[in-house]
Design a protein around this ligand. Structure first.
Ligand code: PLP
Length: 394
């Protein structure tokens, strides 16, 4: 069987502008006219193919981007949101009712962790947290009312690897849906093809790659995406976290260079990880043979895109991490900033930034050192020189 190639699937799409433009036209309209009143009623009930009613529901520009994302993921459909958190929260709320239960990885992005641990209490939705690499713990945490199993393919910030095929088996057995946040590893990993039911993204990161907007996406079956935008019961339709069509249009154009960018991010991250290791600095990078998730990731990945652009180094104390980051920014390594997937290298101290919502005792339990510095490695053309700069700051 020919292997799944997300970049080629995307390239097969032919989407034209209104006047034959090579880029689809931008539709910046909130509402749409009809020539027949009956057609409007049918569109309201979702019965008219290709017609648009109101942009909180569907917008042509958002549809183009959603179709492109569905092509990359191999899903039937997708829906784009105004942020990654909007994608994650809508995806979960659509599946859970009061009294339901979720099993989640404990090493998720801090905002996701806070939503699961604190916000969902409002709805009496219980969440059990497990280490994502511990499949036995996951099996034991499942309850009769478990509706969702939630994980990140490559976890934030420790870069642990989730075994998607095995998690999918556990989810299927208990009748729950497996939601996977694939923000760190677009194209590298195709979670839906590995058995996930729903794939969510913060497109703010690698997918857009320009750090000029916040956006998200939910990819899944047609039935599930339709349920999200159901007029009466759809979380996306009723909470309204729709992406602006201007942004959809710019993200769509950036999507077509994602495969090249991922290869370069991965190449640079692999290079730096090897140098950090030689230097005796403790490094977390799944491209290194010593990384506990290396073999698992190798078995799941679309190989040509490499092991991703994220690495973490352990400088033991917060003080050392702060000192290093300030020096590195001055030296021109990149920027001391949260977020990831940018063309320049970004670095931050996870414990005091992107994972600060995670209580210190849980950070400890997760194995997250206070001196952890997370790097989103950029597209540097001369990574040897970047390493020289980094080495001088260590
Ligand atoms: N998922 C992951 C893995 C993230 O790192 C982030 C943000 O940093 C999010 C989700 C949230 O995305 P957004 O900031 O676009 O809402």
């Amino acid at each position: 069987m020919k292997k799944f190639d997300p970049a080629t699937e995307l390239n097969k799409l032919e989407q034209f502008g209104e006047f034959g433009g090579v880029n689809p036209s931008i539709t910046d309209s909130a509402t749409y006219t009809f020539l027949g009143a009956e057609t409007m009623v049918d569109t309201f009930h979702g019965e008219t193919e290709g017609c648009f009613l109101y942009s909180r529901h569907w917008n042509p520009s958002n549809k183009y981007l959603s179709d492109a994302l569905a092509a990359i993921e191999g899903t039937e459909s997708a829906w784009v949101t105004a942020s990654g958190m909007a994608a994650i929260t809508s995806a979960i709320l659509q599946l859970c009712n009061t009294g339901d239960h979720i099993v989640s990885s404990v090493t998720t992005y801090g905002g996701t962790f806070a939503f699961l641990k604190y916000y969902l209490q409002k709805f009496n939705i219980e969440v059990s947290f497990v280490i994502p690499t511990d499949l036995e713990a996951l099996k034991n945490a499942v309850k009769p009312n478990t509706k969702v199993i939630y994980t990140e393919t490559v976890s934030n910030p420790l870069l642990q690897i989730s075994n998607i095929p095995e998690m999918s088996k556990i989810a299927k057995k208990c009748g729950a849906k497996l939601i996977v946040d694939n923000t760190f590893s677009p194209m590298m990993i195709s979670p839906y093809k590995l058995g996930a039911d729903i794939v969510v993204y913060s497109m703010t990161k690698f997918i857009n790659g320009k750090n000029d907007c916040v956006a998200g996406a939910i990819c899944g079956s047609q039935e599930y995406i339709n349920s999200l935008i159901d007029l009466n019961t759809g979380t996306a339709m009723l909470l309204g976290p729709v992406l602006d069509p201007m942004r959809s249009s710019s993200i769509l154009k950036n999507l077509y260079t994602l495969h090249i960018r991922m290869k370069q991010h991965s190449k640079n991250a692999q290079y730096l990880s090897e140098r950090f290791t030689e230097n005796g600095t403790k490094v977390f990078y799944p491209g290194m043979k010593e990384h506990p998730g290396h073999e698992l990731l190798s078995s799941m990945m679309n190989k040509e895109f490499g092991y991703g652009g994220m690495i973490a180094i352990d400088l033991e104390t917060k003080e050392k991490a702060y000192q290093f980051m300030e020096k590195a920014e001055k030296a021109g390594v990149g920027y001391l900033a949260v977020s990831l997937g940018y063309f320049k290298t970004l670095f931050s101290n996870s414990g005091s930034s992107t994972s600060s919502e995670v209580p210190e005792d849980i950070q400890k339990e997760m194995g997250m050192s206070p001196g952890l510095v997370r790097f989103s490695v950029g597209l540097d053309n001369d990574i040897e020189n970047s390493w020289e700069l980094i080495k001088n700051c260590l």
